[in-house]
Design a protein around this ligand. Sequence first.
Ligand code: PRX
Length: 640
Amino acid sequence: MVNKITSLAEYFRKYQESVADPDGFWGNIAETHFWQKKWDQVLDWSFEGKDAPRVNWFVNGKLNITENIFERNMFMRKDQVAIIWEPNDPKDPEVKLTYGELFDKVKQFANALKKIGVEKGDRVAIYLPMIPELAIAMLACARIGAIHSIVFAGFSASALADRVIDAKAKVVITSDAGFRGNKTIPLKAIVDEALEKCPSVEHTIVYKHNGDDIKFKDNHDIWWHDLIKGVSSENTAEVMDAEDMLFILYTSGSTGKPKGVVHTTGGYMVYTEYTFKNVFQYNDGDIYWCTADIGWVTGHSYIVYGPLLTGATSVMFEGVPTWPDAGRFWDIVDKYKITHFYTAPTAIRALVAQGDQWVTGHDLSSLRVLGTVGEPINEEAWRWYHDVVGKGKCPIVDTWWQTETGGIMISPLAGITPTKPSLATLPLPGIQPVLVDPEGNELKGNAVEGILCIKYPWPGMLRTTYGDHQRCFQTYFSAFRGLYLTGDGAKRDEEGYYRIIGRIDDVINVSGHRIGTAEVEDAINQHPKVVESAVVGYPHEIKGSGIYAYVICEEMSDTDLANIENEIKATVTKFIGPIAKPDKIQIVSGLPKTRSGKIMRRILRKIGEGDATNLGDTSTLLDPHVVEEIIEGAKVEVKR
Ligand code: PRX
């Protein structure tokens, strides 16, 4: 396979090349793609100045990413399976789509979108469960140059509405319902509720998935099957500029409002294909399965774009790891003879807790490469994954990256880079990580710990935050001059290997999902009895971090007090979704504040971690009694 590194010596050589001559390095890789018109310049950039960041890859290059998935692969792969879909319920039939079949469906749906007036540059919100139509819809958007904004189908109506409004989406694509284990989620009803607040939306396209009756609004709602009836699958791809937007994906940050991270066409294509091939060391004929949801960046880059650009067979699963039983993942590995398995540490920890017997009863001999993503993996989970799942013979790629980076940044190359448990190891070619102290001084050499930044552009990086370029600058490029700020802390060990420690900002990584504390606080504060709240993360055995909410309420009767916890959880579910529901809620009479009124979260974090003996400097506290009361209350909280 072209552009695939095959030895450690080659990795080091390529890395040196990529730093010495980034233009030459990425230009050569991009040559293997299909361009309608070649670029004039590989990279034009600046991380400083009034329009920063300015990052243009493959300047004036013209292409369509779907031509690189389909037309480019068609000669060899027309009859090769592109997507295997495994339904939620193992009793239901699976679906296999070859590259040829998927191509026809994408072109037909692309024409159908055009038929209802979707044009290049329009935003299309997609709120679908993990079904093949999700991949078809996103690729159809890319085919016609519409910008997809996929919203994870576990978000609430209110969170969906915020994202649809921000993107000014013209169309929403959903299904009547989705399944997760024994639960049915009424997606169309959630969309209806969201759209009460979204004037930009002209149509809702509804895929019939479970077949239950739903409310249907004539002229606005259109069934997917009606829309494609009689529509041809002849379609010529829209010619896109390399820097035309491909998609928006919303992610949480330190402030209340989620940011629309923008990825563009050319660089994202080159980067996801290159990283997929190299990190996973995928070979023709392998069966690759990433268990993420396409609603998150992992699914965008490593279920759809990276694998399909490479011409891989990619598995999509609608269900959950523990239903109908905790052997579900391993049933699927056995059923399709999966060779590459990529999941989140939280899923691994949940399965460790269920016991080895769920794994050992299955034939997992097809597995060759294991991967993790989304959060630090603790050593115990890593060892279990390595020994019990991989039987000691599969390398684990611990892949560090972010929604903003578009693709994997620091990771072993499977079977090539020697691994160490819990370490993401070395940067991929083209990635220049630096560690800095809080003043922005670079920490050189090995055996250092600091704030992880990146000092040179890479093709997959975000270009802006949708509708607010200044926010992109503020969030990622203003802290340290000339550096992209990741928001993570990291250690570089004696050998130059990276260990990602975790977020240094007010973002909690819950089961590998980024949740901004401010967003959760905003949601909690919507409860009429809540006066103020402060949210922090605390160590959670399965989720990595759990959400701990300290809440001040108005005076209440005992009955109200008994219900308040559940009501607060319901409020958060309503405004964000179940993923942001606090694991612990402690009702307090005050919060630790400085004299200037700032909440001292450091103290709340320590208490949440159960480490109240060492609160550090508390001399700036306005009212130290509040802290004592919270510590006492926390003891009760822990015992429950
Ligand atoms: O804190 C890091 C953590 O997840 C954050 C990015 O979250 P998100 O944009 O939702 O993307 C997740 C999937 C790419 C990072 O800032 N993170 C991601 N991968 C790892 C990780 N932490 C430690 N080790 C990893 N392998």
